[in-house]
Structures are given as structure tokens and as C-alpha cells.
Design a protein around this ligand. Structure first.
Ligand code: FES
Length: 248
């Protein structure tokens, strides 16, 4: 049985909007399918692949949706899926990835010429400024939680809310600014969290890790075994590099 998994890459989309899109796609599709996000929140592709297999899929097609779709994700997703394949019993399932939608000239023609609803925009002074967007909030700890695609597929989507809850529970809600970010680069060590002002990196894999991180790092300010062995960032430049910059 063939199963299709729609892949959505859109960080700034609320869970509600994504759920509505997923519901519409599943209802419109006449054959078995699933819809997952590649970043930020929500379930990830590996779980969707596991579910497809559990439901008897013998062939799964990954279908990137979005025009245009991220070129770096288009390159990486087949490799991540191939990695998943190595963990399945031999030849149990075939995997494929569909071509990007922007290769479909007919679809682009359809999009360009479809009737649409439009809302009038009236002049608004300071329309681009928002309430409370003038200054950074006052805080002691700044946590950057990577929800980029590779950390997402390693489970970061399950950490953000527990982290916020644990910080609140520790009474540090007003002292801690938590921001979800795109890729921070050490993806192979994900899901990663960076703690400023110290600039230390951590790998948090579970809610237990989140609780330990809050206890070790934020409450007791001691070294945690969850810390990754990276130099704190920003790193001190080497003497050679410092010299180079001085001469620039
Ligand atoms: S996706 Fe998190 S470090 Fe790259």
C-alpha cells in the first residue's frame, strides 16, 4: 500500500493554522496520507514514517509542499529519510521523495490565475511597529532553543513547552527569556539549547533533561553533565585571528 507524507516547512505558522491545513489536505487526498512540519513545533517526519509502516505501507512518498520549498531541506530530507531506512527491517518499505511543486508549470499557471479574495489596506502611521516592541525585556538568562529542522527531527518540538513550564515552576519566569530559533549549526548534537550570558551549549533529549538543566544551570548555577563540550560562544579569537582582524 502506498502512503504519502506531506512535508511543511513554515516556522512562523501557528499550531492552529497548521492543524487546519493538515486537516484540509488529509480530507482532500483520496489515498492514505499524513502531514508533518519540518521545523518549530508538532510531530516530526520520523514518527510519521513509523506510523505509515505500522499502518501497512509498503511504499512511502515524501511530498514537500510550499512554493518554493527550501533548497537546503530538499537536499537534506532524503538523507534523513535514508538514515531512518537503515533502522527498518530490510526491504520492508520503499521510500521516495516527490519533485518540488515549482517544477510543475501547470500548477504555477493555476496559482497565478486562480480567483482570490483580497482585503483593502488603508494607510496607518507606525503600522509596522507593535506594542511592547521597543526594548528588550529585562532578564538574567537568555535561552536559545533550536527548533531548526535537524533538531526538530531529533525531538526539539517536545522540549519548548516543558522548558517554559519548568522555568515558571522554578520561579524564574520573569528572569528568563526563552526564544526558539532556526538552525544554530551543531545539528548532529541536537536538540541543542544555548544559555547566555555564559554562552554554554547543552543537549536536551527529554523532559528529564529539561528538569535537570533548569535545576543545574538556572537554579544552582553549577556545571551540568548535559553541557556539550564546546567552547562558550562567542569564543575568544585565537591570537592569529585576532591579529588578522586587527590588520583588517
Ligand atoms: S537544526 Fe538545530 S543546530 Fe541545526
Amino acid at each position: 500500500m502506498q502512503f504519502e507524507i506531506f512535508l511543511v516547512s513554515a516556522s512562523y505558522v501557528s499550531n492552529r493554522k497548521f492543524a487546519a491545513l493538515a486537516e484540509t489536505l488529509v480530507a482532500a487526498k483520496e489515498t492514505p496520507c499524513d502531514v508533518v512540519r519540518l521545523e518549530h513545533q508538532g510531530d516530526h517526519m520520523f514518527n510519521a514514517l513509523d506510523r505509515a509502516l505500522a499502518n501497512g505501507a509498503t511504499r512511502v512518498v515524501l511530498r514537500p509542499i510550499g512554493i518554493p520549498f527550501s533548497q537546503s531541506l530538499r537536499k537534506w530530507v532524503p538523507n534523513a529519510a535514508a538514515d531512518w531506512l537503515t533502522r527498518q527491517p530490510a526491504h520492508q518499505v520503499k521510500l521516495a521523495i516527490a519533485a518540488d511543486l515549482d517544477e510543475d508549470q501547470e500548477l504555477l499557471k493555476l496559482v497565478a490565475n486562480r480567483p482570490y479574495r483580497a482585503e483593502q489596506i488603508a494607510p496607518k502611521i507606525d503600522g509596522m511597529n507593535g506594542k511592547g516592541w521597543d526594548e528588550p525585556p529585562v532578564y538574567e538568562h537568555h535561552l536559545l532553543v533550536c527548533t531548526g529542522p535537524r533538531c526538530h527531527m531529533r525531538g526539539s518540538f517536545g522540549l519548548l513547552e516543558p522548558l517554559k513550564a519548568a522555568v515558571q515552576q522554578a520561579g524564574l519566569g520573569s528572569k528568563c527569556l526563552i526564544a526558539s530559533t532556526g538552525c544554530l549549526f551543531p545539528c548532529n548534537n541536537g536538540p541543542v539549547v544555548v544559555h547566555y550570558p555564559k554562552g554554554d551549549w547543552y543537549q536536551l533529549n527529554s523532559e528529564q533533561d529539561v528538569a535537570k538543566f533548569v535545576d543545574d544551570v538556572l537554579i544552582h548555577q553549577r556545571t551540568s553533565p548535559l553541557r556539550l563540550p564546546f567552547a562558550p560562544t562567542p569564543a575568544e579569537p585565537s591570537p592569529e585571528k585576532a591579529m588578522l582582524h586587527a590588520n583588517e
